[in-house]
Design a protein. Sequence first.
Length: 187
Amino acid sequence: MTTTNVIKLKNRLVELLDTRSVRRGDFTLSSGRKSHYYIDARRTTMAGEGLAIIGELGINAIRSLGWNVDAVGGMTLAADPIAYAIAVASRHSPPPLDAFTVRKEQKTHGTGRQIEGCFEKGMSVVIVEDTITTGGSAARAAEVVLAQGGTVSGVLVLVDREEGGVEALRAAGHAVHSLLSIKDLGL
C-alpha cells in the first residue's frame, strides 16, 4: 500500500473515530483510571466502513513491520472486530491470516478452551487491542497465548491513549505498534 493511501485511510479513520467513538465527560476506564474523554472504539470497529479501513491498515502494518504470523486476536470483545477485519483483509495481501479470541475465563463446559477460533499450539500471533491505556488487556491476552504454547510477535493497537500502556508492554518484551494516538484525535 502506498504512503498516500495509508495517510488517506488514517485520516478517514480519525474522522470515523471522532464522530462515532469519542465521548467527552467524566468516565472511569477499565483500568480504574478517571478520564475526561472515552473512546468507545466499537462504534467504529463494528461499522462496515471502519472494519474495511482497520483491516487494510492493520494488515499493512503487520506486513510493513515484518511480523510473520499465523493469526491475529486478543481479549474479547474489544479485539474481536479488529482481528476479524485484519483476517479478511489478509486474503488480499497473502499469506492469509486467521483470527482468534481470548476469553476472560476458561470455559467450564464444551471444549474448555480459553482461546476460541483459529489458534493452535506453536502459532505465532499478533495481539490486537482497540484502545490502550495501561496495556493490561493486551498483556493478559499475550499471557494466555504464551501459556497455550503460542508466540507473540507483536501487539497492534488501534488508539494509544499515551498513558503508559505501550511502554509497559515494551518493558514486558513485546513489540508494539499503534495505528493512531490520542494526539491524532486531538485529545
